[in-house]
Design a protein. Structure first.
Ligand code: SAM
Length: 221
């Protein structure tokens, strides 16, 4: 498939996500139109890049489905200039979409526990030109990343048994965190807002299914 074939498929997928009401803002639409998902999946799966489904990226992990990436970006209410922490770098695709939205004045910090996937993401982000806006960290994202806190937004792309307390601590006032919470096979996507007085407001969005967040404030394995 050529670059222009992928571009046509990308456009069709984005239009259908707009029709379904998943993509609601211009900024998320433009970012989803811009970032080439085919560059973030294993080469033998490139022709599936614009199916609205998660795909395997090795090590038992997945790149999330495009509708989930778009939905999480919409629910996070991302805007240019924001500082964003992503937990679960995986392929680097979601980090690239976030980087496209926050722009050159924003910053994305993305943590991955598997060094091999962090390297895969690094190569993908470098090839697509997003590496200068994304700092990749290898470690347990359930502990957050204190050196760059507080964050305007935190997006967790693996399922947690509860909202990890360090992530609440590292969320800025008026900040928003989007996180799947539940057991191993049934989760609910939560939006957690830290108000200006530091109190928290929780809202549920949709049932979902993510790979587990493994770590101190996640699952054991
Ligand atoms: N955002 C990714 C993308 O765009 O490809 C998809 C992420 S995948 C659904 C979830 C990722 O979270 C996996 O790569 C997994 O290894 C990682 N993960 C699980 N527990 C983690 C933890 N405690 N800290 C950091 N990453 C973790």
């Amino acid at each position: 498939m050529t670059e222009s074939d992928f571009s046509i498929l990308r456009q069709a997928l984005v239009e259908s996500l707009v029709e379904e009401g998943v993509i609601r803002s211009k900024i998320v639409k433009e970012a989803m139109l811009k970032v080439p998902r085919e560059e973030f999946v294993p080469i033998h799966l490139r022709h599936y890049a614009y199916e609205d489904t998660p795909l395997p990226i090795g090590y038992g992990q997945t790149i999330s489905a495009p509708h989930m990436v778009a939905l999480m970006c919409e629910e996070a209410q991302l805007a240019p200039g924001m500082r964003v922490l992503e937990i679960g770098t995986g392929s680097g695709y979601h980090a690239a979409v976030i980087a496209e939205i926050v722009g050159p004045k924003g910053a994305v910090y993305s943590i991955e526990r598997l060094a091999e996937l962090s390297s895969f993401a690094r190569r993908n982000l470098a090839r697509t030109g997003y590496l200068d806006r994304v700092t990749l960290i290898i470690g347990d994202g359930s502990m957050g990343y204190p050196p760059a806190a507080p964050y305007d937004r935190i997006i967790v792309t693996a399922a947690a048994p509860e909202v990890p307390p360090p992530l609440i601590d590292q969320l800025a006032r008026n900040g928003i965190m989007v996180i799947p919470v539940g057991d191993r096979f049934n989760q609910i996507l939560y939006v957690v807002r830290k108000k200006s007085d530091g109190s928290l407001e929780y809202r549920t969005v949709t049932p979902c299914l993510f790979v587990p967040l493994i770590g101190r404030h996640g699952w054991d394995s």
